[in-house]
Design a binder for this molecule. Structure first.
Ligand SMILES: Nc1ncnc2c1ncn2[C@@H]1O[C@H](COP(=O)(O)OP(=O)(O)OP(=O)(O)O)[C@@H](O)[C@H]1O
Ligand SMILES: [Mg+2]
Length: 467
């Protein structure tokens, strides 16, 4: 049985939907405002039916907030006739479906059924309820299993080793363990073992007394001491020189050490998380890594999967990072074509999520003012690779059809571009004139009725733009 949240201030419609959901064997929770809806979404939820016009704001403004809730449910927009332009844009931004009011029960049933089926097939995992997500995206079984380990690690004090290819999120997951642990209010100290200067490794880690070597003109705490009460993150621990491995093992056993030039030991109560993209077992066999140290640092291991092994998370990563990057670039949120998503899902991402983000960054700067991302905005090497693998699979002619389908009719394309530009323009002019109607009309040359009509069309109010 799934839990479905309905956010709509139209009591009759909401009651009708609730009945439909319950008849389908699920639990329905109705909310009449955004505030009530967000409260209902603190609990588990698979699907949200979301109205656009709500007494305390626009449903479209909370899409990201809904995605950030622990269950990150599928969103089905329910909308009055006038909103279909906005709803279509929302669809391009990853909402599951939109349904125009009035609509048949059957249509709503079907949308619900499909959304639930999609989540079941993807094997969506429920994130452990109490986990703060810290920007970690992914509900595939593979990422879900890692998040369960994060929750377990956060509750205890075990030394954690995070492994995974480059760009799989080792640092992000380490930080999440810290943020979810009782040590979250103390420091998270990162030691990048690849960039420890050879002659200063010990003083960087252990600190030194004033005058203990040339250049030590004042006493300094080392990184281990700085992590007292918090978490020490040893990144790329495979690069730690063998000589240091021995000293560090001692620190781990004793939780105390001697700063350079000092004759007294000091203590540090830190929690250790290490990460590596190397095979430490093999390094042990080859005599490059101490077996006793590996044994100590690996009380709990979290192996992060490469992105190509959980392509079902790409859709959510795409929605999240497109919104974030567009905001960063100040270019109004973009949608994406199904072919764009399919190309990303087909690529093998040797650089994992990091490569994924930089690819999106390139695609967005390539598209810049165009409202929708198409495969043509992707770097040529990715398009060629995807195309080649599809051709190898004998899908040549379908590919052509698919690419042809990705070209929208000129009118649709133009209307979309105008809608994005008009909306951005209105927001700018409202901000510049601090919401004064007379000034907005003067600057824009719009008549009052035309201005009000446009504000209604884009579901904008001066208050929401200025807040
Ligand atoms: N599951 C995820 N959800 C959202 N963002 C992610 C996820 N995994 C990784 N990222 C993002 O990808 C980028 C790379 O992550 P991170 O630096 O943690 O990887 P790493 O494994 O430490 O890489 P490296 O081995 O190269 O140091 C960061 O911007 C991070 O926020
Ligand atoms: Mg890293």
């Amino acid at each position: 049985m799934a839990r479905v949240v309905i956010v709509d201030d139209d009591e009759n419609f909401s009651a009708l939907l609730s009945t439909m959901v319950r008849r389908a064997g699920h639990d329905a929770v109705a909310a009449a405002t955004i505030r009530e809806g967000m409260r209902a979404l603190e609990g588990p939820c698979e699907v949200v039916f979301l109205d656009i016009h709500l007494p305390d704001g626009s449903g479209l403004d909370i899409l990201q907030d809904i995605r950030n809730t622990p269950s990150s449910p599928e969103i089905i927009i329910i909308t009055g006739f006038d909103d279909s332009g906005a709803a279509e844009l929302a669809l391009k931004n990853g909402v599951w479906d939109y349904i125009k009011k009035p609509s048949s029960i059957k249509q709503m049933q079907l949308a619900l059924l499909r959304a639930l089926q999609y989540r079941r097939e993807k094997g969506y995992q429920r994130v452990p309820a109490a986990l703060k997500m810290d920007g970690i995206i992914g509900k595939s079984p593979l990422v879900g299993a890692c998040l369960n380990l994060v929750a377990r690690a956060a509750q205890g004090e075990a030394n954690v080793l995070i492994t995974g290819e480059t760009g799989t999120g080792k640092e992000l997951f380490a930080l999440s363990i810290h943020d979810n642990s009782p040590r979250c209010n103390k420091s998270f100290v990162v030691v990048d073992c690849t960039s420890l200067p050879e002659n200063l490794v010990e003083s960087t880690l252990f600190g030194h007394k004033k005058g203990s070597f040339t250049g030590a003109d004042r006493a300094r705490d080392g990184l281990i001491r700085q992590a007292d009460g918090g978490t020490l993150f040893l990144d790329e621990i495979g690069e730690l020189p063998l000589s240091m491995q021995k000293s560090f093992l001692r620190v781990l056993q004793m939780r105390s050490f001697r700063p350079i030039g000092s004759d007294t030991e000091i203590t540090s109560d830190f929690r250790l998380i290490s990460a590596t993209n190397r095979n430490l077992d093999k390094m042990v066999e080859e005599g490059q890594f101490r077996e006793d140290l590996l044994f100590r640092i690996r009380t709990l291991q979290i192996g992060l999967p490469p992105l190509r092994e959980h392509p079902e998370d790409i859709r959510e990563l795409l929605v999240h990072y497109v919104a974030r990057l567009c905001e960063q670039y100040g270019v109004g949120n973009k949608g994406f074509s199904p072919e764009f998503l399919a190309a990303l899902e087909a690529h093998d991402w040797p650089g994992n999520v990091r490569e994924f983000i930089s690819t999106l960054e390139r695609a967005i700067s390539e598209a810049f003012y165009e409202p929708t991302l198409y495969p043509k905005h992707l770097p040529a090497d990715i398009r060629i690779k995807v195309k080649r693998s599809e051709l190898d699979m004998g899908a040549g002619s379908e590919l052509h059809d698919e690419m042809a389908e990705s070209i929208p009719a000129l009118k649709t394309y133009r209307d979309e571009a105008i809608a994005v530009a008009e909306r951005e323009y209105l927001e700018r002019v409202i901000k510049t004139s601090r919401g004064r109607i007379r000034e907005i009309c003067r600057l824009s040359g719009l008549s009052r009725p035309r201005l009000y009509a446009l504000l209604k069309k884009y579901n904008l109010t001066r208050q929401t733009v200025l807040s």
